[in-house]
Write a protein that binds this ligand. Structure first.
Ligand code: TPP
Ligand code: MG
Length: 300
């Protein structure tokens, strides 16, 4: 690997057998946190690439065309990718009346207003969600990233709404993570913080369950949730609470939630989802780490 090359999980992980077998093409090209990595090469003439003021090296125009083609290919793939096709997800989703997360994420992305701020949590569906969101202005995407804390998105969205009350703010949260941050339900009506929170109710700590599928022979411990109706709980706290179990209702529910923000009214949209699971956000989480520094090589 040259010093100029940032390997994508697709080419590095797959070669080393580190990409989970259930990972599909577009997932494998996303970073562990749903961000796409860009491979930068030295200039074609062999000259060292010029260093950008921000520290990023500029590659030849050809690389930009390659990136554009790759991104267009990912976009096409996401348009038609409706559910996870690994055998575990197929079996788990077969008995579920919930919605597959990917079409739900497409509906959400299409319904988000232009100047929205979105905070995403750290679960399986939320990490997939990061690949469906795009923004035209900075200070719009709030992600837990390496901080990695479940329960991040909802309170972050509340803070964002205080910081930018004129902008619509939406939090995307898994059901497990929502349980961690549920206390903020009190805050919003009291302080008239009109945020919209989408809770993906898949009845599980999905990201952890994915580790059990990929690394522990599907022996599950402590990963299933017995959930209340989150929409009903929100209503009890004075919120608008909406339960969605039809794909066609996702967009209208989100638009109505964003509209209610103008009046300082918070909305919780509970989306009933299948238990199918996408690629894990840390594909290397349970692999033996690669030690690059001599001082660490002898460590287990
Ligand atoms: C505070 C904290 N506790 C535990 C974890 C480990 N963890 C990461 S993702 C995850 C599961 C999240 O489940 P959920 O929010 O329901 O989302 P899903 O994966 O089902 O989409 C857990 C427990 C964490 N990252 N942070
Ligand atoms: Mg969950």
């Amino acid at each position: 690997m040259s010093a100029f090359t940032t390997p994508t999980p697709r080419d590095s992980g797959a070669a080393e057998g580190r990409v989970a077998p259930t990972t599909t093409r577009a997932e494998a090209s996303a970073s562990p946190h749903g961000c796409h990595h860009v491979t930068c090469r030295p200039s074609a003439a062999g000259r060292p690439a010029r260093r950008h003021p921000g520290g990023v090296r500029r590659g030849p125009r050809r690389s930009l065309a390659t990136v554009a083609a790759e991104k267009a290919s990912w976009a096409r793939e996401k348009e038609t990718w409706d559910y996870e096709t690994d055998s575990w997800s197929l079996a788990a989703a077969a008995g579920s009346s919930g919605l597959h997360p990917r079409p739900v994420l497409r509906e959400i992305a299409a319904a988000l207003p232009e100047d929205v701020v979105v905070a995403t949590d750290i679960g399986n569906i939320c990490q997939i969600a990061n690949a469906y969101l795009s923004f035209d202005r900075p200070r719009s995407m709030l992600g837990a990233m390496m901080f990695g804390n479940c329960g991040y998105a909802f309170p972050t969205a509340v803070g964002a709404k205080f910081a930018a009350p004129e902008r619509p703010v939406v939090a995307l949260v898994g059901d497990g993570a929502f349980g961690i941050s549920l206390n903020e339900l009190l805050t919003c009506p009291r302080e008239r913080v009109g945020v919209t929170v989408v809770v993906f109710n898949n009845g599980q700590w999905g990201a952890e369950k994915k580790n059990h599928v990929d690394f522990y022979s599907e022996r599950f411990i402590g990963v299933d949730l017995v959930n209340p109706s989150f929409a009903a709980i929100a209503q009890a706290f004075g919120w608008r609470g909406v339960r969605v179990d039809r794909l066609g209702d996702v967009g209208p529910a989100l638009r109505a939630g964003v509209e209610a923000q103008r009046d300082g009214i918070p909305t919780l949209i509970e989306v009933l989802c299948t238990p199918g699971l996408g690629g894990p956000f840390r594909r290397d989480a349970l692999q033996t780490p690669v030690r690059h520094l001599a001082g660490y090589r002898s460590r287990p």
